[in-house]
Design a binder for this molecule. Structure first.
Ligand code: NAP
Length: 284
């Protein structure tokens, strides 16, 4: 069997185009959705990510503010900056790029963002809303993975989904979204005794570990849908995921590539969340 590819670039393009249309509708009413991105320090990967996020905003007609701060910025000064953005009516979404320097408490920073502007979906109010099935911002990566499933007509209802990884930003919200969509969900992690025994039973596998070849062909049920969130580098320095893509493609029904899979969808869902934040603000 040769798996069909879930093309994250193509799907993200569709999402961006739909967002752009709705941004235009809001702008015709005098409201321009605005995203503020704060980056502290000069981590090269973070600098690239924030540049993309700002460019994505411009691409769909949103207003964006890129706030670059030195690594020496104090925690108090960062919290003060966030409070100012919370009060700024032109800003509908606030994103603080992680990781933060060690002297800054990331949890405190995230909790300072107004839940109404928490477009990353990391605030405890957003996580709690997801947990109890209330509306709220969904973390962009798992939200994007759900859109990818939807795009191939994969309804998780009644299916067995295995999520590998239990981080607060990917694994746990992914599991909750799948549960909400009526999948039977198994969450695996570093202490899982026999990962393959779980994944072999799965109709859907989401790999979110950050380690190459966590999922190999012998661990996959024929025809399964494989979503690869991982971002790693191979020996040649080339970007790759957690899944042994070539071999798993021979067994799976559908698979996301890396690059060109979950990554572009994560970026697109940030725009969706920012749009939703602006629409909610316009209603209030
Ligand atoms: P994380 O916080 O490091 O979490 C990794 C998870 O994997 C942990 O829950 C860990 O278990 C689990 N794990 C580690 N080794 C394992 C093993 N051998 N078997 C099973 N589970 C294992 O990472 P994250 O932030 O969730 O990110 C995961 C990956 O996704 C990274 O490669 C990251 O770069 C990538 N990512 C990609 C996007 C995107 O847009 N494409 C977005 C976010 C993240 P414990 O909890 O027991 O330690």
């Amino acid at each position: 069997m040769s798996a069909q590819i879930i093309d994250g670039n193509a799907l993200a393009k569709q999402v961006r185009s739909a967002v752009a249309q709705q941004v235009a509708a809001l702008r015709s009413r005098g409201i321009q959705p605005g995203l503020a991105v704060i980056v502290v320090g000069d981590d090269p990967a973070s600098q690239v990510y924030v540049k993309h996020k700002v460019a994505d905003c411009e691409g769909v007609g949103m207003h964006s503010v890129l706030d670059r701060q030195p690594a020496t910025l104090s925690e108090d000064a960062l919290l003060e900056r966030i409070r100012a953005l919370n009060a700024d009516p032109d800003i509908h979404g606030i994103l603080v790029q992680l990781p933060l320097p060690a002297h800054i408490d990331a949890a405190k920073v995230i909790e300072t963002i107004s839940p109404a502007k928490d477009v990353d979906g990391f605030h405890v109010a957003s996580a709690g809303a997801l947990m109890i099935g209330r509306p709220g911002f969904r973390a962009c990566t798992p939200y994007g993975c759900m859109k990818m499933l939807q795009s191939i007509g994969c309804d998780p209802r009644g299916k067995h989904a295995v999520v590998i990884g239990r981080s607060n930003i990917v694994g746990k919200p992914m599991a909750m979204l799948l549960l909400q969509a009526n999948a039977t969900v198994t969450i695996c992690h570093s202490a899982t005794a026999d990962l393959a025994a779980h994944t072999r039973q799965a109709d859907i596998v989401v790999a979110a570990v950050g380690r190459r070849n966590v999922l190999t062909a012998d661990m996959v049920k024929p025809g399964a849908v494989i979503i690869d969130v991982g971002m790693n580098r191979d020996e040649a320095g080339k970007l790759c995921g957690d899944v042994d893509f070539a071999a798993v493609s021979e067994v799976a029904g559908w698979i996301t590539p890396v690059p060109g899979g979950v990554g572009p969808m994560t970026r697109a869902m940030l725009l969706v969340n920012t749009l939703e934040a602006a629409q909610a603000a316009a209603r209030s």
